[in-house]
Design a protein around this ligand. Structure first.
Ligand code: UT7
Length: 330
């Protein structure tokens, strides 16, 4: 598949570290030094997941020069859907992609890469030609705003990439790796609560609802700095790619210290590490396409550029992909 367009949408409200410090016991210095985050966007009443993701999808279609009815597939990576039965069909309706099949895929912060790789299989199989892969999350819904260990880290956003079938020799997905380790699931959860309501004599029914996001930050940090370099090294080896050949490292934007550690491991100069988490925090499934769209639109990422990307997070799950950006085909 070829990567031929991108688009993004973020909520209007930006909340700085200083502003957040008025709400919870934290401070700008701690957040900046430990994470690199300076502000995050928080979705307002008219900026739900469907609305944001639909704006990102439309911007992506415009960038690729496609009309919505040319789409065969929409995959929405999200862990904060508007509807547990699936939010992707709502986006399909909002943008008028009447021929596209649309479904959600959940793999937390690895979700976008997993969705991109999934879409790539449909296109490579020959049954579909054009797909939109969207990463969108609104974790502000699921944060405990009194828990300073987590609420300062996350923000809301949506972004999309347009991918098109092409001859294998021209594919922009040069290789990938995906991993899961459910034995470490408890490190990072947004789990169903255990409330049961009595129904009949001897029968109770679970009441739907989720507990706020819980994270063991240190464990997840150790996981990220161990597994991300390893999976990237495997991918570079398997594709015969030297790190010097990479134009960009495009990593999940969770913590600047993780980005720096991975870059150092491969001796990639820090100016070739894409980073915008200072402005948006961790937008979960959205971070990778949000960063890509910014760098495409400001001219840093250009047609033919080679990017090594890695997503990692809850599941635990992690993955990596070697990508070549094509851009709009004109
Ligand atoms: O997207 C999914 C992937 N997620 C990640 O990759 C996140 C990975 N983890 C991290 O990025 C880091 O572990 C954090 C940024 C979450 C935390 O950084 P840390 O250096 O591991 O801090 P810590 O949890 O060890 O906490 C150090 C201290 C504690 O105080 P004491 O117990 O040493 O007195 C915390 O209570 O910092 C305190 N602290 C805070 N202080 C001010 C924790 N959160 C805050 C805060 N403001 N927001």
């Amino acid at each position: 598949m070829a990567l031929v367009g991108s688009g993004s949408a973020v909520p209007a409200a930006s909340v700085s570290n200083e502003a957040l410090s008025a709400r919870v016991d934290t401070n700008d210095d701690w957040i900046r030094t430990r994470t690199g985050i300076a502000a995050r966007r928080i979705a307002g009443p008219d900026e739900g997941l469907t609305a944001l993701a639909s704006r990102a999808a439309q911007a992506c279609l415009d960038h690729a020069g496609w009309s919505a009815d040319q789409l065969d597939l929409i995959v929405l990576a999200t862990s904060s859907p508007d509807d547990l039965f699936g939010t992707a069909p709502r986006i399909q309706a909002a943008i008028g992609a009447r021929h596209a099949v649309a479904f959600d895929l959940t793999a937390a912060c690895s979700g976008f890469l997993f969705a991109l790789i999934t879409a790539g299989q449909y296109l490579a199989g020959g049954s579909m030609t054009r797909a939109l892969v969207i990463g969108a999350d609104q974790l502000s819904r699921w944060l405990d705003w009194d828990d300073r260990r987590t609420c300062v880290l996350f923000g809301d956003g949506a972004a999309a990439v347009a991918v098109e079938a092409c001859p294998a020799a021209e594919s922009g997905l040069l290789g990938f790796r995906m991993r899961s380790d459910g034995s470490r699931n408890a490190c990072l959860t947004l789990a169903q609560t255990d409330h049961h309501q009595p129904l009949l004599e001897g029968v109770s029914a679970q009441r739907g609802g989720f507990a706020p996001l819980q994270m063991n930050g240190q464990e997840v940090y150790k996981f990220a700095v161990r597994e991300v370099p390893q999976i990237l090294a495997e991918l570079l080896d398997a594709t015969g790619t030297h790190a010097e050949a990479l134009d960009w490292l495009l990593l999940h934007q969770a913590n600047q210290r993780i980005l720096d550690a991975v870059a150092d491991r491969f001796a990639v100069p820090h100016e070739r590490v894409l980073s915008n988490l200072a402005h948006y925090g961790n937008t979960s499934a959205a971070t990778i396409p949000l960063m890509l769209d910014e760098a495409v639109r400001d001219g840093r990422v250009q047609s033919g550029h080679l990017l090594a990307s890695s997503g990692f997070g809850a599941g635990l799950s992690w993955g990596a992909a070697l990508l070549r950006w094509s851009g709009p085909r004109g």
